[in-house]
Design a protein around this ligand. Sequence first.
Ligand code: AMP
Length: 190
Amino acid sequence: MRIVFIGPPGAGKGTQALRVASHLGVVHLSTGEVLRRSRANGEPIGVAAGKYLDDGRLVPDDMVCRLVAERLEQDDCRDGCVFDGFPRTRPQAETLDRLLEQSGAGVDAALDFVIPEEELLLRLAGRGRSDDAEATVRERLRHYAELTAPLAEYYEGRGLLSRIDAVGTPDAVFGRILAAIERGATRDHA
Ligand code: AMP
């Protein structure tokens, strides 16, 4: 199963993606984490991405897509993946479709985390990550609204989208996600 998580920074995607991946027994692929690790290891692509990470800007599509393509070639991704923070732009979504198609697969579901902006700002203020300073957060939210939010329509048009109310306890949100995945599976087999 291949599931795409869409949602603004601070919506709880990372926590939930990890939990859903472990529940389904598939890989959790967070491009943010892959980028931070690549940078920490001093790899050229990670170092080049560093200034974008610090400014809260999206890393260029070709860099991110290259990292995802490499990761998807590894054996553990064969049974599925929860994509956390990827795709974030339309070209990334199209690249993901192409990459999955090569192995006869495709995106099975896209979950859009819906959360009011005031709640996001509160959550991000308490997170303490280096790219969570207020100006950077606003920048990331702006890029999200402009470039990533429209992806919901990309997947909705193909009948793959479920909107998830991301306000509530982690357990409550997890329950909603499982129900949405279940509904998707039922719809496919109907
Ligand atoms: P995240 O951990 O998903 O919040 O991502 C942290 C940062 O990594 C983002 O603010 C971007 O700078 C970068 N990043 C992560 N995923 C992507 C992506 N799919 N496309 C472009 N930049 C990304």
